[in-house]
Design a protein around this ligand. Sequence first.
Ligand code: NAG
Ligand code: NAG
Ligand code: NAG
Ligand code: NAG
Ligand code: NAG
Ligand code: NAG
Length: 383
Amino acid sequence: MRWKLKNRYYRVALFLILLMLVGGLITQGQQRPSPITQEIFATQWFQTIKTFSNFTMMNPNSLRELEATPTPLTSNENVISNLDALNISSSGEMRAERILKVEPYEYILNEPNACLLRAPFLVLLIAVEPKRTDARDAIRKTWGNESMAGDLGFIHLFFMGVNNDTQRKDSKLQHTIVNESRQHRDIIQQDYRDGYNNLTLKTLMGMYWITKYCPEATYVMKTDSDMFVNTEYLIQKILKPKGQLTQKYFTGHLMTDYSPNRNKDSKWYMPPEVYPGRQYPAFCSGTGYVFSGDMTQRIYAVSLSIPRLHLEDVYVGICLAKLRIEPVPPPNELLFNHWRVPYSSCKYSNLITSHGFHPNELIQYWKHLQKNKYNPCKSQTKG
Ligand SMILES: *[C@@H]1O[C@H](CO)[C@@H](O)[C@H](O)[C@H]1NC(C)=O
Ligand SMILES: *[C@@H]1O[C@H](CO)[C@@H](O)[C@H](O)[C@H]1NC(C)=O
Ligand SMILES: *[C@@H]1O[C@H](CO)[C@@H](O)[C@H](O)[C@H]1NC(C)=O
Ligand SMILES: *[C@@H]1O[C@H](CO)[C@@H](O)[C@H](O)[C@H]1NC(C)=O
Ligand SMILES: *[C@@H]1O[C@H](CO)[C@@H](O)[C@H](O)[C@H]1NC(C)=O
Ligand SMILES: *[C@@H]1O[C@H](CO)[C@@H](O)[C@H](O)[C@H]1NC(C)=O
């Protein structure tokens, strides 16, 4: 007992001495840049990225080549050492430097003026497969309809790549998409291969797009095309009270203490050689997460030094961990659902996301919800 107690005192003393040494090193050896210097540095860095990308706009091939060969992370036990491994991985750094020199994928359809008239309060970044015209139409008629934003403006944009169906000669699908784009002006299509396993790339291209064409957006939400999103609730009840000046804000359905899935048959399989750690850092379900506009630039910039993992939400979580920005839980647990909540106008007027909708259902429930808008909890009938 006595020895143990003594030992404990020694440990505490040793810890304190170490702490003082480290503290001394930090304050003396390293001049801490002021927040303003940091901001300027970040802005300049991003400018460099932009200039470089501009410079080699004509040669997106090197990025493609990089896509094909993901750099494995070095083996490590826990999350933090894993992130440190990411930092010191020299191939990762090289990769970043090379990516800095290329423009993100060429735009097939773009809306460079989407944010020109008025800086939107909220941008909905919706990942969608090219063929899901029906889902896009349903979203335009329901939660993507910008006329119900009230005093604060929002816009929705669909992000997609290309696939065999869109690239076929005289592709009917591509014609439809071009028509759709002319009519609604809400499609950003780029020359990368579309597919579930490229969702990380799609999301990063969305982040890049917002940084480049919509840097004044106050908030951004990334979501999918099979979702119900209560845009009005999100704006009026969550974001508006937070105001215009929020920074480093990130929220959604929080997933903490998740371990990589090692079952090869799973949709969420993560090969140990790609992510050797036992646990993922905290992340928000990719079905819908919301963040302040400054985050698009931060996430895109930090992503350049992190090998891409195919699980988009996990990947964004790793970016956040590397940025040392913690996702915060939403004000209430029932707001962001990555499953399907049984419909009632009462429940749906008090949540932000619900998952797994066929376009027809979305329209049907939406109509019911609008009809009962001013008294959603009076009758609990189904729509
Ligand atoms: C990109 O190139 C265009 C035309 O060459 C030029 O006008 C523009 O200033 C460049 N943008 C950046 C960020 O360098
Ligand atoms: C991260 O990388 C930088 C530059 O290579 C290096 O100076 C720093 O020590 C690294 N940090 C950690 C925690 O490994
Ligand atoms: C959006 O809502 C407005 C007002 O409710 C309506 O007039 C308009 O037709 C809707 N747009 C679409 C694409 O449904
Ligand atoms: C797309 O086309 C290429 C070449 O024509 C073919 O090798 C590939 O399997 C096709 N992919 C899909 C998903 O059909
Ligand atoms: C695209 O729109 C044009 C004119 O509005 C129409 O003639 C054509 O059939 C449409 N094509 C498709 C594939 O929807
Ligand atoms: C993602 O897109 C890039 C660019 O088109 C392509 O090279 C890569 O094979 C795609 N990856 C997957 C997993 O589809």
